[in-house]
Design a protein around this ligand. Structure first.
Ligand code: CAA
Length: 380
């Protein structure tokens, strides 16, 4: 597949790169250190339309394609992966399922303020006993008149506490397995809906990660997303698209670390010459650039397929698998090339290496991506 980036894509990259370098770069290290959520950055990027890139204008979005979205998340993550995932989780995991499965009323009420960035979104799927086995949800939803009563706990929820709107899954009939699960739209502030512990993480430390606690939360029937029993499918489809966002995040982290390593190799003098003159380092840089380019092709291909409304499950799993493993490998090499300095917080590659690790874990571990890819290729 040949990617001929349009003028719009080139403009999107330039706009987001300028924004990331001018607004995100300077404070990234301090936010990481203090675990400080980038609220001001969110407000500014929402003004630029980055909270609703793929959604139609009539729902508050900018009606651009998935490639524009991938480029935007890549460019934000090249500088600060915590900002990248904030945008990705909001758009892919909350606004998108409402766009894909919501009623017109739900779209007007919830998608419009999400896509404009007036509100922020999050997605509650993972639980203490339901991680990779996402259908093992123990959060329950019981019908009570026209309403549903939700009880349970979700963990590791990106954007939680900061977000206003939550797409959450719950089991309605255990005997039906994944077909007993339903998805709901919840609002911060609903009685009985609170936040548990804030996670102290290895990386993406300035992104918000909290537990969600539901104690007899009464959710109106109009907040059921899709049909009863459709929740697992909604979650899987949501993740098919979401993985494009995480793949883009990983791609951006890898690109950022590679650029840092290349710059350092040209400047750092040892044995009387820049270390870039040593073939060992040239080979490393060559391998980094090649892996990143391969990852970029997979990510952009998945984004292209999403825009074309073609099946995206296998392509997004491949993109996420390769991009996240590339991010981990490239950032590790970048730290290595910086030597002792790379292990300190004086240089950003240390943060990038910590940030890269999560891309191999969330929205499905690398092992889960291989399960998804494997199940598709065996059916072909
Ligand atoms: N689209 C539509 N339907 C799908 C689907 C998809 N992509 N994937 C599965 N389904 C359907 C299947 O067709 C099947 O339907 P039938 O029963 O009618 O045949 C049903 O769902 C069950 O499918 P499986 O038997 O394949 O399901 P499984 O229980 O074996 O699980 C899995 C498969 C791939 C491991 C899945 O559980 C999974 O993706 N796990 C990982 C969960 C995950 O990614 N969690 C991330 C949390 S979110 C997060 O991380 C956010 C963040 O912080 C940023």
């Amino acid at each position: 597949m040949i990617f001929d980036l349009s003028e719009d894509h080139v403009m999107m990259r330039k706009m987001v790169r300028d924004f990331a370098e001018n607004e995100c770069a300077a404070g990234a290290e301090e936010r990481d250190e203090k675990e400080e959520f980038p609220r001001e950055i969110w407000n500014k990027l929402a003004e630029l339309g980055l909270a609703g890139i793929t959604f139609p204008e009539k729902y508050g979005g900018v009606e651009a394609d998935y490639l524009s979205y991938a480029i935007a998340v890549e460019e934000l993550s090249r500088v600060d992966a915590s900002v990248g995932v904030t945008v990705s989780a909001h758009s892919s995991l909350c606004a998108n399922p409402i766009y894909l499965f919501g009623t017109e009323e739900q779209k007007q009420k919830y998608l419009v303020p999400l896509a404009s960035g007036e509100k922020m979104g999050a997605f509650g799927l993972t639980e203490p006993m339901a991680g990779s086995d996402a259908s093992g949800t123990r959060t329950t939803a019981v019908k009570d008149g026209d309403d549903y009563i939700i009880n349970g706990t979700k963990i590791f929820i990106t954007n939680a506490y900061e977000a206003d709107t939550y797409v959450v899954t719950a089991q309605m009939d255990k005997s039906k397995g994944n077909k007993g699960i339903a998805a709901f739209i919840l609002e911060k502030g609903m009685p009985g809906f609170s936040f548990g512990k804030k996670e102290k993480k290895m990386g993406i430390r300035s992104s918000a990660t909290y537990e969600l606690v539901f104690d007899n939360v009464r959710v109106p029937g109009e907040n059921l997303l899709g049909q009863e029993g459709q929740g697992f499918k909604i979650a899987m489809v949501t993740l098919d698209f979401g993985r494009i966002g995480i793949a883009s995040q990983a791609l951006g982290i890898a690109q950022g670390a590679y650029e840092q390593a290349r710059k350092y190799a040209k400047e750092r003098v040892q044995f009387g010459q820049p270390i870039a003159h040593f073939q060992a380092n040239q080979f490393k840089l060559a391998d980094m650039a090649t892996q990143i380019e391969a990852a970029r092709l997979l990510v952009y291909q998945a984004a292209y397929l999403a825009t074309q409304h073609k099946p995206v499950s296998k392509a997004s799993a491949m993109a996420k698998l390769h991009a996240s493993e590339t991010a981990m490998w490239v950032t590790t090499q970048a730290v290595q090339m910086h030597g002792g300095y790379g292990y300190t917080r004086e240089y950003p590659v240390e943060r990038m290496m910590r940030d890269a690790k999560i891309t191999e874990i969330y929205e499905g571990t690398s092992e889960v991506q291989r399960i998804v890819i494997g199940s598709h290729i065996l059916k072909e």
